[in-house]
Write a protein that binds this ligand. Structure first.
Ligand code: NAD
Length: 301
């Protein structure tokens, strides 16, 4: 018999992740607050539930993919309604793949441990494209035993799976990565605008920097200048991809983490403010490479 899994949260990321579990042969029961999200998954072969605790009945693993820490806390710990931790009939492994504050992940992990349950923070990198293709990177925090138990499931949704350390470590590593990404994207856009403003062709400048010491992921595979690379959000009006609002959320979480641990993040703070200004100008729903427009208004396509 195949393993029974509950999947809570069927948004842009959760829906394709749950579909990949079904394709890999897991028996998946889904729950989302949004009715239409569940219908799509039902057509893909999932069973649907009328609440998170109903979805989790009798399963071996619960996976959640929710917007933010408040949603994850209220799902597991409860708020207006009782939390999942107190509604479970068995002892399933709990895996949260949302990006949330490390402290929130540790709070849920401790509450789970107090009930004899294992909880892993397992935020992902790779975006909606990676979720669809099943090539996500999972960055896991929690016990080694739970990590080993989770691997077959994570392998059905991802390609690179890392054990970062104890509870919360997955979230810390994810925030470090996305802070660096925000810095690199801003810096890449800044350098391109400087060169183009001084007469260079953006494609020629990009190629030169790629082959020189300025090469980085934002420049090499996600060029923010429209038309330099095909198939990038920049070449498609900055539609799709990784939203400015989500980058802003992750940079905010990194800022809080730095404040709490008294770490200096001058570059990260700069990136957070750039993205906050960019979002406040109505760009929150554009791809994060649209920070290019911040440096050079008018280069819309
Ligand atoms: P989303 O907003 O598209 O989806 C979230 C889903 O959760 C929605 O369908 C919503 O209805 C559902 N939901 C909210 N509260 C719920 C509850 N109590 N019970 C059941 N369902 C509930 O978000 P997303 O883009 O799928 O992102 C999910 C998480 O993954 C976020 O933490 C995000 O930061 C992270 N992430 C996103 C990307 C990306 O490119 N979109 C990449 C990496 C990580």
């Amino acid at each position: 018999t195949s393993m029974k899994v509950a999947f809570i949260g069927l948004g842009n990321m959760g829906a394709p992740m749950a579909e990949n579990l079904i394709k890999a042969g897991f028996e998946v029961t889904v729950y989302d607050l949004v009715e239409s999200a569940m219908q799509t998954l039902e057509q893909a072969g999932a069973r649907r539930a009328s609440s998170a605790s109903e979805a989790a009945r009798g399963v071996e693993v619960v996976i959640s993919m929710l917007p933010a820490g408040a949603h994850v806390r209220s799902l597991y710990l409860g708020g207006d309604a009782p939390g999942l931790l107190d509604a479970l009939d068995g002892k399933p492994l709990l895996i949260d793949a949302s990006t949330i504050a490390p402290d929130d992940a540790r709070t849920v992990a401790e509450a789970a441990a107090a009930r004899g349950l294992s909880y892993l923070d397992a935020p992902v990198s790779g975006g909606v494209g990676g979720a669809r293709a099943g090539t996500l990177t999972f960055i896991v925090g929690g016990s080694a035993e739970a990590y080993v138990q989770a691997r077959p499931l994570l392998e059905a949704m991802g390609k690179n799976i890392f054990h970062a350390g104890a509870s919360g470590a997955g979230q810390v590593a994810k925030l470090c990565n996305n802070m660096l990404l925000g810095i690199l994207m801003s810096g890449t856009a800044e350098a391109l605008a400087l060169g183009v403003g001084n007469g260079l062709d953006p494609a020629v400048l990009s190629e030169i920097m790629k082959q020189s010491s300025g090469g980085n992921w934002a420049l090499n595979v996600y060029n923010p200048w429209p038309g330099v690379m095909e198939q990038t959000p920049a070449s498609n009006g900055y539609q799709g991809g990784f939203l400015v609002d989500l980058m802003g959320k992750d940079l905010g979480l990194a800022t809080t983490l730095a404040l709490e641990s008294r770490a200096a993040i001058p570059m990260g703070a700069q990136a957070r403010n750039l993205y906050a200004l960019h979002a406040s100008q109505g760009n929150g729903r554009l791809d994060f490479s649209s920070i290019q427009r911040f440096y050079r208004a008018g280069d819309s396509d």
